[in-house]
Design a protein around this ligand. Structure first.
Ligand SMILES: Cc1cc2nc3c(=O)[nH]c(=O)nc-3n(C[C@H](O)[C@H](O)[C@H](O)COP(=O)(O)OP(=O)(O)OC[C@H]3O[C@@H](n4cnc5c(N)ncnc54)[C@H](O)[C@@H]3O)c2cc1C
Length: 316
């Protein structure tokens, strides 16, 4: 049975560059916008029944899509209802996956609740943020998550506790489990205004110093130390002073490997911070991918360590 017979209002040949912050990406064979949880579930179900590969898209702010696009169904979602439960000094906020992360942050900050103000300026949806365990200023969203409602791989709705989400550094267990995030419950704590504003303003500073060109945020995950006997530190003790919170910012490694400012076509390693790859105008997916591969090679040669992409690749 064809996908269109199950999801008749799916559109065809939609350019994904119009749905990613990189402004890069060829056509999706099928494209469907889910405006409610029911729609979202219907689309996932249709794709599974029609045996059509599918891909979930929130704000498209952590994505590099190939120029050839994707030979399947892209399900973009934007549903965003919100419910809150106030307990004495706590706020339990349940938000649908398509709610913009910044909107949730601004609401919480305005009401005097702390737990996510560090994330101000991170584009995209709360669904995307939870999927990638988005973080900034040494904190990440896993610290504020109480529970996540998902559609599991057998199409059953389930509520997972924070511990069951498999959070790690910029990752979660949802990909491995084949689960679709439907709704997120955050637990936020009351805090005094000055403390909240301090972190919120620091987060705002990060945006002011970010690139003005299209990008998908940091291209690579920072380097996480492997305990006391970390190989990288053993071979390069000069990096000890770069360690923050058990990690080394890979922007520095990329810079030291001579890649800052390097270009492939319209793609460039940003001069302002070498862990960003920017689209200076008309960059193709392949140009970004080639540049990222060159960065991996250069850092590998200089430091003997393999960089891991933070950006999700689709269609490569
Ligand atoms: C200028 C800029 C600054 C950034 N700064 C930061 C930063 O400081 N910290 C940080 O962590 N990130 C940062 N990012 C990256 C990005 O904004 C975050 O990763 C964001 O949380 C992604 O959300 P999204 O909705 O855009 O996800 P998308 O890019 O749409 O999707 C990302 C991944 O999540 C999966 N996914 C999305 N929704 C669901 C769902 N409902 N269920 C299951 N899987 C799903 C997708 O399939 C995809 O694999 C930045 C990006 C930009 C462009």
């Amino acid at each position: 049975m064809s996908l269109l017979s199950k999801l008749s209002n799916a559109r065809q040949k939609i350019e994904l560059k119009n749905h990613t912050t990189f402004r890069i990406g060829g056509p999706a064979k099928y494209f469907f916008v889910a405006q409610s949880q029911e729609d979202f579930i219907k689309a996932v179900r249709a794709a599974k029944e029609a045996e059509t590969p599918f891909y979930l898209l929130g704000g498209g702010s952590n994505m590099l899509v190939a120029d050839e696009g994707f030979e399947g169904l892209v399900i973009k979602y934007n549903f965003s209802a919100q419910h809150e439960k106030k307990k004495s000094e706590e706020l339990e906020l349940t938000v649908e996956a398509g709610t913009l992360f910044n909107k949730v942050i601004l609401g919480a900050v305005k009401a005097g609740y702390s737990g996510i103000e560090w994330g101000f300026g991170i584009p995209g949806t709360i669904g995307g943020a939870v999927f990638g365990n988005a973080g900034r200023l040494g904190q990440d969203i896993s610290g504020a998550v109480k529970a996540v409602k998902v559609l599991d791989k057998n199409l059953n709705e389930q509520v997972l506790t924070q511990k069951e989400c498999g959070f790690g550094y910029r990752e979660s267990g949802f990909l491995k489990a084949g689960a679709t995030i439907l709704e997120v419950t955050l637990r936020l704590a009351e805090k005094n205004r000055e403390e909240i504003d301090k972190t919120f303003n620091e987060a705002r500073e990060v945006i002011l110093h970010g690139p003005k060109f299209p990008s998908a945020g940091c291209a690579f995950k920072n380097y996480k130390l492997n305990g006391e006997d970390d190989e990288l530190l053993k071979n390069h003790p000069e990096l000890k002073e770069r360690v923050r919170g058990g990690k080394i910012g890979v922007g520095y490694l990329i810079d030291q490997a001579g890649m800052k400012g390097k270009k492939v076509g319209g793609a460039q390693v940003w001069e302002g911070h070498a862990n960003y790859v920017i689209n200076t105008g008309g960059a193709t997916g392949q140009e970004v991918k080639t540049l990222m591969d060159n960065v991996v090679e250069a850092v590998g040669e200089k430091y003997g360590t393999l960089l891991e992409p933070e950006v999700r690749l689709l269609g490569f």
